[in-house]
Design a protein around this ligand. Structure first.
Ligand SMILES: [Zn+2]
Ligand SMILES: [Zn+2]
Length: 267
């Protein structure tokens, strides 16, 4: 019944897994369906690494796996798009109608990289968090060519801060998150629950359970589950625990996607 909807193969510059290893491990772990979601970050500001995919090669490689694993594992053509407000037209041109599933992720804000810390210079911790959320809100208001927002509160992972508070602890941040959630709900977009988040505080996926509660209260129902694995041992990481927590919050379904159309499965 498990679906891992966030997986990186050798097509991502930062992944150690081949597509073959990824699919093999998914079968071994008893997954029924996966989406391979390699990185495509147009105009990524850190020039030391390139997160761009040769789409033809990538889709062909997935099709090869689909054939090889037919009857054993459903494999969807996914992608994790790094969104920025100045590249949205390019994103559309790249995506066309070629994918089953698109994660909208924010790895940069204001043309600065989050991962290498550039974005944080000149900001206090909360100023940085709030600026990041404003960036997300601006894009989700304008852009629709995706299914779920990836790791919504990923900003907590970066920046050299001792404390990594839940974003709902600050009123301005809370209001921005509410607005983001209301916007995506209205537009029929969803959230992913990214279990790589447990690496941050041991207790929460990305976004945190508090944010997921808020999403549920506001009427959000579209939810995918993904491990954001870059190596085999992380595939389906902490899925049992996460699902039990999601049930406690009140979610009843998980979502998968086929040609960008949502399919719902009882939790
Ligand atoms: Zn990401
Ligand atoms: Zn990822």
């Amino acid at each position: 019944m498990f679906f891992d909807y966030h997986l990186h193969s050798q097509f991502s510059a930062d992944s150690e897994m081949t597509m073959e290893e990824l699919c093999q491990t998914a079968v071994q772990k008893g997954l029924k369906e996966i989406a391979i979601t390699d990185h495509h970050d147009i105009d990524y500001q850190d020039n030391t690494i390139e997160f761009l995919i040769d789409k033809e090669k990538y889709l062909k490689a997935i099709e090869k796996m689909q054939k090889k694993y037919e009857g054993k594992l459903i494999i969807r053509k996914g992608i994790e798009m790094g969104l920025q407000s100045h590249i949205l037209t390019e994103c559309d041109q790249y995506l066309k109608d070629d994918f089953d599933f698109v994660i909208a992720s924010f790895h940069t804000a204001e043309k600065n990289d989050l991962y290498n810390g550039d974005f944080f210079s000149g900001y206090s911790q909360w100023e940085a968090y709030i600026q990041y959320l404003k960036t997300v809100l601006k894009v989700v208001k304008e852009y629709d060519n995706y299914n779920v927002i990836g790791h919504l509160d990923i900003i907590r992972r970066y920046g050299d801060f001792e404390k990594k508070p839940d974003l709902l602890e600050n009123e301005q941040a809370e209001n921005l998150i509410k607005e983001i959630l209301k916007t995506i709900i209205k537009k029929n977009k969803g959230l992913e629950v990214n279990t790589s988040g447990y690496r941050l505080d041991g207790q929460n996926p990305l976004p945190s359970f508090e944010i997921l509660k808020l999403y549920h209260q506001l009427g959000g129902e579209i939810l995918t589950l993904g491990s954001d694995s870059h190596k085999t041992e992380d595939i389906a990481q902490k899925f049992d625990y996460t699902i039990s927590q999601l049930r406690k919050i009140g979610f009843e379904k998980l979502t998968t996607f086929n040609k960008m159309k949502a399919e719902f499965h009882e939790l």
